[in-house]
Ligand binder design. Structure first.
Ligand SMILES: [Zn+2]
Length: 146
């Protein structure tokens, strides 16, 4: 993707995990990401479920020319393509959060086994709690894995 002009990096406090700069929404105590806020100033509210993406792949950049709207999935695809998954918002969830006992591959297997063998058998097979299996089957966890 091509960028118009150089990046403008936010001087605001940066979220260490994702690299995005933070922005306090004026008149509120809510914090958003600076680039999201800039985008909304130009284009209006971001539809639910959509994310503001960086064409320049520079998380703290707030140059409006470098921002575009997309889905979270687009964002993830980009990160994989660019080998920048460590910046991903998915870092907070799933495999990398240190709590998860399952790998993404295993989660997919568990999904595939839905209805084929009982949930308690799956739980035993993967040495996980029955509730974990149920949650995966009900798409309550690991929702970022498709
Ligand atoms: Zn930029």
């Amino acid at each position: 993707m091509t960028c118009i002009g150089p990046c403008i990096e936010s001087t605001h406090f940066r979220d260490k995990k994702v690299g995005y700069a933070r922005k306090l929404i004026p008149g509120t105590k809510k914090v958003t990401h600076h680039h999201r806020w800039v985008y909304e100033q130009h284009h209006g509210p971001i539809p639910e479920g959509m994310v503001v993406r960086h064409k320049c792949d520079n998380p703290p950049c707030i140059n409006i020319e470098h921002l575009e709207i997309g889905t979270h999935q687009d964002n993830m695809n980009d990160m994989v393509i660019r080998g920048r998954a460590r910046w991903g918002e998915n870092k907070k969830r799933g495999e990398e959060n240190g709590k998860a006992k399952l790998t993404e591959k295993e989660v997919r297997e568990i999904r595939n086994l839905k209805g084929k063998i009982s949930q308690s058998k799956i739980a035993k097979q993967f040495s996980i709690h029955l509730n974990t299996v149920k949650q995966i089957h009900q798409n309550k966890t690991w929702t970022h894995i498709t």
